[in-house]
Every structure is written in structure tokens, then in C-alpha cells.
Design a protein around this ligand. Structure first.
Ligand SMILES: Cc1cc2nc3c(=O)[nH]c(=O)nc-3n(C[C@H](O)[C@H](O)[C@H](O)COP(=O)(O)OP(=O)(O)OC[C@H]3O[C@@H](n4cnc5c(N)ncnc54)[C@H](O)[C@@H]3O)c2cc1C
Length: 476
């Protein structure tokens, strides 16, 4: 059993198939940083992977097996382990990024050519990304009809449970500590532990506690970064510590039993469907992480400014809502969805920097960094994506702050240097009278930055750039 983005024993289709064969089992994880073109996880994601592999290893050991860890090119490692263990069949759950799929296809072909069995399963999506088609054929490019079609077509399969015995040969394993996935010198991950416990058991507990609390108000509270109103399941789903089918089954059952209100349950399930939609987009657009889905955006006159990019990354733009989000991201490896949209809009519109630079930073700093949801999220924000927010919809970080963080609790937590400002001025400190700033101990340009660009100037510049895109498109 080759574990990848499915670090769980419960309801794991490939593992279930492997165990059902009745043959002794080798549980394998490969840290592949060598296959050409494969995008390796970023720093925050590696932190998660480290803890998740530890948890998986313990869970496997409790069932009489051992997780074998190997580092290297996946195709070469699979060959070695097959030879050492005498395995006759290899199973895994599918991945959907272009390079991963090519690697897997090559491995499958090679194994089968040698008379070995090689099978793949769906362990990370509700439905395969090629399954749902529009009435006129082709994949869905607009979310709402996709969601309707998914809701109609999808029936969660029965729970596969957890295998009792995972015993089998135990080929030599690397020591996880030697992989250096946990950051050292400096260890910037201390704040992660305050929010996260990676692993399959914590993932299931997280779902339960969500259903016992925030789920009751989900549709009302999900936009508020100052509350704990969402599930925070994203990294658990990203690493497959819980599968979307389990989440769907559990939430639907809670809804049908009346334990959670239908409006809130459907709103939550539609977010799970956004994850599916992102995978559909990635599957059909293999270069979604790099190339504009809407090719008109190749005409966009993006700026190039290392200084502005750095200020954005560090949460020093002078816009408290943007800075709070970027600091939460750095300190916790996660950012609330509303704030991902605000910070993304600020980067691509106010700063006019290419969305790929934001995608790349998120890739490195999010524990849930996901090839489909990150790329689709960024293209949505930038206006270049499928069913995206139109580019001319420029989020105003001041009014967004006042609306979604009305008491300022979120900003005050992450930007303590301006915490004493009254609510009225918290989201736009540079507009506060001098005496108010002085009383609050805020010295703009000294202990909190002046804004990188005035909102209206940023908005104007973004709209002018968009006009250039349109002109270039017409003359192209
Ligand atoms: C610019 C940008 C980048 C993003 N990058 C990622 C990423 O790398 N990984 C990632 O998992 N999500 C990403 N998202 C989507 C979303 O922000 C997170 O999934 C969400 O904030 C996770 O918090 P939660 O688990 O509490 O969500 P909940 O509100 O509890 O939602 C439940 C689950 O639904 C899925 N989901 C929710 N919203 C979205 C969405 N808009 N798109 C896709 N799936 C969604 C997630 O798996 C999430 O765990 C991004 C969004 C934007 C705007």
C-alpha cells in the first residue's frame, strides 16, 4: 500500500483493497523530491506532513504493522521495495496534478509489464473529476450548476471501516527525523501547535466538534475571521486524514437526523463542493497553478516590485485587515477564507502583482496548501479563473474589515501595535486624527506602516491596467 495524500486507515479505498486481498501488507510512504517537475510541499506543509506521518506510523503499529519510509524518486523506490519485499501487487489512491498523474501512469505501466498487479482508487474526492458532464458535454466551468449536478448525482458509498490487522514484511525504513521536515534554525513553527494537531484521530475529532458547535451557525458565521465559525478541516482534508466521503456521510446524517439545520449543512457541503470543483478545473487544466485559465490575462500589465511583495508577505502593507491575514498565515499556517480573498485581491489589484506570486507564497506558508484549491482560489481572486470574481471587483480592505471584523478583534489580535485605536479608525489608521494616533501609541511609518498605496489610487491603477488588457486583447 503506497500512502500519498491519504494519510489515514479509516475509510481508505486503496488500503481496504490491499487488506481485502488477504495478502501480507507493506505500508509505504515515499518522500519524492526527485521526480522531474513534481512540486514538492512548501515549508508549512512539510511541518504538517511530519506530524501526520508520525500519527499514521503509530496507528499502523497499533495494528501490527509498520510504516516504511523511503526517500527518492517514486518509480525507483517502488522497484526497490517490490524487490525487497516480493510484493505481487501495489495499490494507491489517485492524485490529480499533471506531473503526479504522469508519474503514476508510468509506474503502473512498468509494474504491469512485469506481470505485477497495480491498481489505483479514489480516496480524496467525492467523484472523479471526469465523471460529471454538462448537458452539452464537457466539464463544468461554472460552480452553481456543478454543485446542483453533484448534489443530484452523488451518493456517499458505505463506510469501509478500519482494517484490524496490518501485519506483513517490514522492509528497512528511513528515520523520520532524518528527513528534516520539521523546521530548525530557526523553528518558525511554534505557533502552529497552538492551532493544529495533525493526524487521523484529531481530524475526526475536529469534524465532531464542528458538528457539535460551529455547524449550527455555519452559514451566518463562516465569513467572520474573528470567530471560530468554520470547520478548520482543510489541512486534514488536504492530507487525506479524513476523506470527503466520510465528511459528506457524517454531515448528511446529522442533517437528516435534525442535529444540524439544513441551511447550514447545505452551505457547508457546498464548500466541500468548491474543493471538488477546484479538482475538476485542475484535472482539465493541468497548468492551472502557473497559467491563466482565461488566457486574456496574458495581456495584463502586471507590476514587478520585490519591495511591495515583501511588505505583503510580512503583513506590513499598512492595511490592518490585509496585515492581520498575512500575519495569521505566517504564525498559524492557515488563513480564514474571507481574508484569503481580501489579501489576494490586495496583491493582484492594489499592488498589481501577478497572482502566481501570491499562489507561490501561500504554497510555502499554508499547512493546507493544495494544488487544486490554491490555484483555483488565486485565479478566482485575480479574475483570471473559471467562474471567477470579475477583475474590476476590487475589494476595499477598509470596508471589508469593518464588515467582517466589526469589533476589530481579529485585527487587534494580529496587529497589536494598533490595538488601542478606537474601532472607528482601526481599519484605516492613516485617516485617524493625529491626537487619536498619539493616544493609541501609533506612529505611522515607525511602529506601524503607512499604507503602501491609497485605496482609491490602487483601485484606479488596477482598473487602468484592466483597460490595457482589454485593448491588447482586442488588437491581438
Ligand atoms: C486565494 C485562496 C487560496 C486558497 N488556497 C487553499 C488551499 O491551498 N487549500 C485549501 O484547502 N483551500 C484553499 N482555499 C479555500 C479556502 O480558503 C479554505 O479551504 C478554507 O479557508 C479552509 O478553512 P476551513 O476548513 O475552516 O473551511 P470550511 O468553511 O469549514 O469549509 C470546509 C471545507 O471545504 C473546502 N473549502 C472551503 N472553501 C473552499 C474554497 N473556496 N475552495 C476550495 N475548497 C474550499 C475545504 O476543504 C474546507 O476544509 C483558498 C482560497 C483562496 C481565496
Amino acid at each position: 500500500m503506497w500512502f500519498r495524500n491519504d494519510l489515514r486507515l479509516h475509510d481508505n479505498p486503496a488500503l481496504h483493497a490491499a487488506v481485502s486481498s488477504g495478502r501480507p501488507l507493506v505500508c509505504l510512504y515515499i518522500l519524492d523530491e526527485e521526480s522531474p517537475g513534481l512540486r514538492v510541499p512548501g515549508g508549512a506543509a512539510k511541518w504538517w506532513l511530519d506530524k501526520s506521518l508520525r500519527a499514521l506510523g503509530e496507528d499502523i503499529a497499533a495494528r501490527g504493522g509498520r510504516l516504511t519510509l523511503r526517500r527518492g524518486r517514486a518509480d525507483a523506490v517502488i522497484d526497490q521495495v517490490v524487490e525487497e519485499s516480493g510484493a505481487g501487487a501495489i495499490v494507491w489512491n489517485r492524485r490529480y496534478d499533471a506531473v503526479g498523474r504522469t508519474i503514476d501512469a508510468g509506474i503502473k505501466e512498468g509494474l504491469r509489464a512485469r506481470g505485477l498487479k497495480a491498481d489505483s482508487h479514489n480516496g480524496s474526492l467525492l467523484m472523479e473529476p471526469w465523471r460529471l458532464e454538462t448537458g452539452s458535454g464537457g466539464y463544468y466551468k461554472v460552480f452553481t450548476p456543478f454543485w446542483r449536478a453533484l448534489w443530484k448525482a452523488y451518493e456517499a458509498p458505505g463506510d469501509l471501516g478500519v482494517p484490524a490487522d496490518l501485519g506483513g514484511p517490514q522492509p528497512a525504513s528511513d528515520a523520520l527525523d532524518d528527513w528534516g521536515l520539521h523546521p530548525t534554525r530557526p523553528d518558525w513553527s511554534k505557533g502552529f501547535e497552538r492551532l493544529w494537531t495533525p493526524g487521523e484521530t484529531p481530524a475526526r475529532e475536529r469534524l465532531e466538534s464542528f458538528l457539535d458547535g460551529p455547524a449550527e451557525h455555519y452559514d451566518d458565521a463562516r465569513e467572520r475571521p474573528d470567530t471560530d465559525g468554520t470547520s478548520r478541516l482543510s489541512p486534514h482534508l488536504r492530507w487525506g486524514e479524513i476523506g470527503p466521503a466520510s465528511v459528506w456521510r457524517t454531515v448528511r446524517a446529522a442533517m437528516e437526523e435534525g442535529a444540524i439545520d439544513q441551511r447550514h449543512a447545505l452551505s457547508f457541503l457546498s464548500e466541500i463542493a468548491w474543493r471538488e470543483f477546484s479538482y475538476v478545473l485542475l484535472f482539465h487544466n493541468p497548468d492551472l497553478c502557473e497559467e491563466n485559465y482565461n488566457s486574456d490575462f496574458r495581456h495584463m500589465p502586471w507590476r514587478d516590485s520585490e519591495t511591495d511583495l515583501k511588505a505583503w508577505q510580512k503583513g506590513l502593507t499598512g492595511y490592518p485587515m490585509v496585515d492581520a491575514g498575512m500575519r495569521q498565515l505566517w504564525a498559524r499556517g492557515w488563513m480564514h477564507n474571507r481574508v484569503r480573498m481580501i489579501t489576494g485581491s490586495f496583491l493582484t489589484k492594489h499592488l498589481l502583482l501577478p497572482w502566481q506570486q501570491g499562489e507561490d507564497w501561500f504554497w510555502d506558508t499554508l499547512v493546507d496548501a493544495d494544488p487544486a484549491s490554491n490555484a483555483a482560489g488565486w485565479q478566482w481572486v485575480a479574475g483570471s479563473g473559471a467562474d471567477a470574481a470579475p477583475y474590476f471587483r476590487v475589494f476595499n480592505p477598509i470596508t471589508q474589515g469593518a464588515k467582517f471584523d466589526p469589533d476589530g478583534a481579529y485585527v487587534r489580535h494580529w496587529c497589536p501595535e494598533i490595538a488601542s485605536l478606537p474601532d472607528k479608525h482601526l481599519h484605516a489608521p492613516w485617516k485617524a486624527p493625529k491626537d487619536v494616533l498619539k493616544t493609541a501609541g501609533v506612529e505611522l511609518g515607525r511602529n506601524y506602516p503607512a499604507p503602501l498605496i491609497e485605496h482609491m489610487d490602487g483601485r484606479r491603477r488596477a482598473l487602468e491596467a484592466y483597460d490595457i488588457l482589454k485593448e491588447r486583447r482586442e488588437t491581438a
